[in-house]
Write a protein that binds this ligand. Structure first.
Ligand SMILES: Cc1ncc(COP(=O)(O)O)c(C=O)c1O
Length: 311
């Protein structure tokens, strides 16, 4: 049976401070966020009722908004509370959680000095991001590159940066792959379209240095877990010519969790000891309620928006 479309489901969506019935969480068509991609968002998972790294995700939402020139009119603590209430109210202890903030419909033009900032939170049950994940997924090379930091604010989880991801993932799926590996503007290995990438060679983890893409919270968690296991982790520039020299490969992300990669454009990998160990450690960590923070949080930003008005 086909999955119900997202606009036609049961439940409640938190919108600007109150819960609305799911089907009534709508916007005007002349919303700035829709026309000019002035929105930032988070993708998180609740495990057994507790949102993993909720605080860090709320802090990143604030940081992304700041990079996009606006402030979220709710503090990190208020966002954490609202996300948890959304999970509880919808009655699915294991959920994907989507928080999003966007410029409203006060003005429709490229410049937006005074627009109203809106915030919404939805949560719904969601299994693995990739079907048949344990078999290992197949990636092609994306036709688009991650832009340089002076072309776009690449540390923001901003909707505009996903245009090239959607184009790349659509192209991958049309050609029988599950995802695409994106290079950065220099031609170095960057990440997949919605997840970071790791490689393993002789027991050592290698992952691109995140200077042109999101330094994922799962990426940081996996690095911390690997170090706890006394594994060597090299964050460095990785060139495509190295792809054939690695034994294992996997993706990390809140949606993807840890997903083994079986192939990149004809180069084969075998999910092995290191991937399996980290998957087991990650699974144990996320299911332990109130897990201690293993990652450094992004810098705090102002708690309340001075100029943004609540709708
Ligand atoms: C483009 C991109 N890179 C990396 C990640 C991984 O980030 P995180 O582990 O914080 O979910 C995501 C997912 O949010 C993403 O969309």
């Amino acid at each position: 049976m086909a999955e119900a479309p997202f606009h036609d489901r049961d439940g409640f969506i938190w919108m600007n401070g109150t819960f609305r019935p799911w089907r009534e969480a709508n916007l005007h068509v002349l919303t700035h966020g829709l026309h000019y991609a002035s929105s930032v968002f988070e993708g998180e998972r609740a495990y057994d009722g507790a949102i993993f790294k909720s605080r860090e995700h709320s802090q990143r939402l604030h940081l992304s908004a700041k990079l996009m020139g606006f402030e979220i009119p709710y503090s990190v603590e208020e966002l954490d509370r609202a996300k948890q209430e959304t999970v509880n109210k919808n009655g699915n202890p294991s959920s994907y959680v989507r928080a999003i903030a966007w410029r409203g419909s006060d003005k429709l033009g490229v410049s937006t000095p005074q627009s109203t900032i809106n915030v919404a939170i939805a949560a719904w049950p969601w299994g693995d991001y990739f079907a048949d994940k344990m078999k290992g997924i197949k990636l092609c090379i994306a036709p688009w590159r991650r832009p340089s930091p002076d072309t776009a604010p690449c540390n923001a989880k901003a909707a505009g940066l996903y245009m090239i991801c959607t184009l790349s993932k659509n192209a991958a799926e049309a050609n029988g792959f599950q995802d695409a590996l994106m290079m950065d503007w220099r031609g170095q290995v960057a990440e997949a379209t919605g997840a970071n990438i790791f490689f393993v060679r002789d027991g050592v983890l290698h992952t691109p240095y995140p200077d042109a893409f999101l330094n994922g919270l799962t990426r940081q968690t996996v690095i911390a877990l690997a170090k706890q296991r006394k594994m060597e982790v090299q964050e460095r520039a990785i060139w495509p010519t190295e792809l054939g020299t690695f034994e294992e490969c996997f993706l990390t992300g809140s949606a993807a969790e840890i997903t083994p990669v079986a192939e990149i454009a004809g180069i084969k990998y075998k999910p092995g000891r290191v991937t399996e160990q980290l998957m087991a450690d990650f699974s144990a960590l996320v299911r332990r309620k109130n897990a201690p923070s293993t990652v450094a949080a992004p810098a705090r930003v102002a708690k309340k928006a001075a100029s943004a008005k609540r709708k």
